[in-house]
Design a protein around this ligand. Structure first.
Ligand SMILES: Cc1ncc(COP(=O)(O)O)c(C=O)c1O
Length: 468
């Protein structure tokens, strides 16, 4: 797709970026519009339209129009990707996505032979690559092979599945747990399976995409409340509760873009008063919050039964791949028989189940990893704040954003950091609103004080050099 960025002689860099960004946003919106809206785009040679009020088109024109609907390069999402790539290329920015690590990525990594301090992996407790975790995975391969080759419901479990599910239930003090092959699919399948069109699902506005997809699948009515705004949640439920059968409230243990967390005891009080169910996504809080890494429940000293659906992923602190739901036995049994992502999908690969089981054992045996992770995050946050870097509402628990406020500048900043030996991912519009485009730092318990000093001082330097 050809895309001309305005040439803007005589403008300051900042204003130029802003105009370019606005031009990009306009192009992106246009790419997403129904094809009839392309009519005004003089750069499009042919204007396909299915609008009923347009002049009747000939058979040849109609078939040409339909042909466009069969072309992958005309799909709105693909056109948007091309616009973003084109824009970045013209600005001289390299693609910040799909960078390749040469080997294991923890607090440090190597890319194309270049050693880097790494802040772009969720290896919070440095257990991915731990010799004990690797050995457990290797042993599981030797015993079970690499795949269970079918759905567990029809083809059978392996003892390693039961051991992992029991360990998760024990960790929470719940009755049972079930593991899915993907964290994302866990949310989609669980929410999609449990709720329906007579139900209401209310969620924090910053909830993860996987929960949103699950809600869409369920057909329930969806309403969001402002981030961590408990009065808004309370009044929303006061207005809406009576019109629905089941009501589910969804929050996260730690929010993945901002590194802050909900006042869970308040949410529990609200959900009880309104006779709602509560689901907590602990993708980023397990292994990170609480003295021994048992998550937000430990942090607030709550009962397992205070939350109806505990969800988490195995891909972050637990060094594997997949997700879990834990809670009452009836909930788990329901999901095991009916959740499509469990019933119609292969069971978890044995080496992955074994890796997460071993990582869980390491976390329990070595809670000092969690303590160091927390101290490291706190140090990073304090230093960044002292250097005047906007870190939003981050609490320093594993995730610390450096807000830039422009996707172009965030991409440039990440590039500059990379040149200085620091790997950090920019988060850009439309993943976040343009005004909160950012770099996002994930902490590891293996980051050293020197890593933090080097990084924050490079960051402060580059903020200045780029005029952010
Ligand atoms: C809050 C949250 N929930 C669910 C997921 C999906 O987990 P996974 O990447 O393990 O599929 C993520 C992924 O980062 C997440 O941040």
């Amino acid at each position: 797709m050809s895309f001309k960025l305005p040439s803007l002689p005589g403008l300051t860099g900042q204003l130029k970026d802003k105009l370019i960004q606005q031009a990009l946003e306009r192009r992106l919106a246009k790419a997403n519009a129904p094809l009839e809206h392309a009519q005004n785009d003089k750069s499009t040679q042919k204007t396909p339209t299915l609008a009923s009020n347009s002049a009747p088109s000939t058979n040849a024109e109609q078939s040409q129009e339909r042909d466009l609907f069969c072309r992958f390069d005309q799909f709105p999402g693909y056109k948007q990707i091309q616009i973003l790539h084109g824009g970045a290329q013209r600005l001289g920015l390299s693609n910040p996505f799909f960078k390749s690590h040469d080997g294991r990525a923890g607090a440090h990594t190597t890319m194309a032979g270049k050693p880097l301090i790494n802040f772009a992996s969720y290896n919070y407790l440095d257990l991915s690559g731990d010799a004990r975790v690797n050995q457990a995975a290797a042993d599981a391969i030797a015993r079970y092979g690499t795949s269970v080759s079918a759905s567990r419901v029809v083809s059978g479990d392996r003892p390693i599945h039961h051991a992992l599910e029991q360990a998760i239930a024990d960790l929470y003090g719940t009755e049972a747990a079930v593991v899915f092959v993907s964290g994302h699919a866990t949310n989609v399948s669980t929410i999609g399976c449990l709720f329906g069109s007579r139900d209401l699902i209310v969620h924090d506005e910053y909830i993860h995409n996987s929960a949103l997809q699950g809600i869409q699948l369920s057909g329930a009515k969806r309403l969001s409340f402002a981030h961590n705004d408990w009065n808004a949640l309370d009044s929303l439920l006061s207005q809406q509760r009576a019109q629905f059968e089941r009501v589910l409230v969804i929050v996260e243990g730690i929010y993945s873009m901002d590194g802050d967390y909900p006042d869970l005891p308040r949410v529990i009080d609200i959900k009880r008063r309104h006779r709602a169910l509560l689901m907590v996504d602990e993708a980023h809080s397990l292994g990170v919050m609480g003295k021994t890494g048992r998550g937000i429940r430990e942090y607030f000293d709550l009962e397992a039964s205070d939350v109806d659906i505990w969800m988490g992923t195995l891909s972050k602190a637990l060094a594997g791949c997949g997700g879990y739901i834990t809670g009452e036995r009836t909930l788990v049994e329901h999901l095991k028989y009916l959740a499509p992502g469990f019933l119609y999908s292969v069971g978890m690969s044995p080496p992955l189940a074994a890796a997460s089981l071993a990582a869980l054992a390491c976390m329990k045996a070595e809670p000092e990893r969690v303590g160091v992770l927390q101290q490291t995050g706190e140090l990073f946050l304090k230093q960044a704040q002292a250097a005047g870097i906007p870190t939003g509402t981050s609490t320093g628990l594993a995730i610390i954003p450096a807000i830039v406020g422009s996707s172009i500048q965030a991409t440039r900043l990440a590039e500059r950091m990379f040149e200085r030996g620091i790997n950090v991912q920019p988060i850009l519009y439309p993943a976040v609103p343009e005004k909160s485009a950012r770099l996002r730092f994930f902490m590891s318990c293996r980051h050293t004080t020197e890593d933090i000093n080097t990084t924050v001082s490079a960051l402060a330097d580059e903020y200045k050099r780029l005029g952010i």
